[in-house]
Write a protein that binds this ligand. Structure first.
Ligand code: GLA
Length: 388
């Protein structure tokens, strides 16, 4: 369903199921142009919101409980603000419950409500559909009950929901870019200080194209947390010699090399990737500012190489898609995106070559893996907002 149809569909479902005229919130998916696995290492990241959305329709309820209906799953959560408890791992309800628990923790006492949500953000594809749900619900409740939460407050509530209820020890990139996205701009975010700047970016001859491997990634219990631990181990070792260092991302390769003998080859590799990727983000900022698509593309390829060989969070399907892209002149750059172990690649493809490239890459992928990759052209959009 396209965005307009989906928005109407969600509003109609609300009217059929519950009473009242709902407020509607639009909450986007996100891409990360470059800077992967740097958010929890105090580095720079360069994400953006995209025009694939979660819609949340919400209105007050006079009943003694609240209801949240997941339209895509035909599943309803009934809840009581005074008894918010975690559901079994893997349930969508945890994202909602986690946000409600966070709002309660801030001493806020919203009333009861009904909400319906639905989305065209592919789930498990690394586009942060979970951040869109968390922030969509937080934003909707904030608007409905005038809770006085700032965007940064909602961001922290959503991150806590992810950690404490969904069991994913993520950084802040997804929740941040979902709330602070701006149409036709990348966001250069310093994850150590949370200061950020918008970089205008609207490639005219090129299109951002996501290719979904269809391999679902599950970040809870995944090697994601192990990567985090490796980085902490490496940072701890570097800090023994360079106590002034504030984060692993800020270290230099020379500083890492100075402690090489005290850490395992694996930890060395992880740290090397982090330090190099952080430098690539700063180079990408300049390339984007200069509208230098070719240089941006080269940085994407280099990022993938590091993610695949040093950080080891890619998989055969992602590597295959990036290799396929690399052989095509019309593709300026390509890399896996998000946590890894599945999900999407991000590609910068010349607009006039898109149909042929999709056909070629789609067939090649099917021949190799026996399943269909999915292709999503996306544009950079605004962050979460109320629709009038
Ligand atoms: C997931 C996490 C983010 C970030 C990325 C990797 O999307 O939720 O916080 O760590 O992986 O860059």
């Amino acid at each position: 369903m396209n965005n307009r149809e989906l928005y109407k569909h969600i509003k109609n479902i609300f009217k059929e199921k519950y009473a009242g005229a709902p407020l509607c919130v639009q909450s986007p998916g996100r891409i990360n142009i470059i800077g992967e696995h740097l958010d929890y290492n105090g580095g720079y990241v360069l994400p953006a919101s995209i025009d694939k959305y979660m819609y949340v329709a919400i209105a007050p309820s006079s009943r003694t409980y609240s209801c949240v209906y997941a339209a895509d799953l035909d599943d309803e959560l009934k809840l009581d603000w005074n008894h918010i408890e975690k559901e079994p791992p893997g349930s969508w309800k945890n994202y909602v419950l986690g946000v409600l628990a966070g709002i309660r923790k801030q001493g806020k006492t919203p009333g009861n409500f009904n909400a319906v949500f639905g989305s065209n953000i592919p789930v498990g594809a690394g586009l942060s559909s979970s951040a869109a749900l968390e922030n969509g619900i937080a934003f909707a409740l904030n608007s409905l009950f005038d809770l006085g939460l700032e965007r940064s407050g909602m961001m922290h509530i959503s991150i806590a929901a992810e950690h404490d209820f969904a069991g994913v020890n993520c950084g802040m990139m997804d929740q941040f870019s979902n709330l602070y996205g701006k149409q036709d701009h990348g966001i250069l975010l310093d994850c150590e200080t949370l200061s950020f700047e918008y970089i205008p970016w609207k490639p005219t001859e090129y299109q951002l194209l996501l290719i979904d491997t269809g391999v679902k990634h599950q970040l809870s219990n995944s090697p994601y947390n192990q990567r985090k631990e490796d980085c902490q181990t490496g940072f701890h070792a570097i800090r023994q010699h360079f106590p002034e260092l504030s984060s692993l991302s800020r270290a230099s390769i020379a500083q890492l090399d100075a402690v090489k003998d005290t850490i395992s080859p694996r930890v060395y590799q992880r740290c090397r990737y982090v330090i190099e990727e952080n430098q690539r983000v700063l180079q990408a900022r300049v390339a984007l500012q200069n509208q230098d698509l070719m240089q941006t593309g080269e940085l994407l390829y280099a990022s993938h190489e590091g993610l695949s060989k040093l950080y080891e969070v890619s998989c055969a399907e992602l590597d295959f898609l990036v290799d396929t892209a690399r052989q095509e002149k019309a593709v300026a750059g390509s890399r896996m995106m998000g946590g890894g172990f599945g999900g999407c690649t991000l590609n910068l493809v010349r607009k006039d070559a898109i149909p042929l490239f999709i056909e070629y890459a789609g067939e090649k992928y099917f021949r190799r893996f026996g399943s269909h990759a999915r292709f999503y052209p996306v544009n950079i959009s605004d962050g979460t907002k109320l629709l009038k």
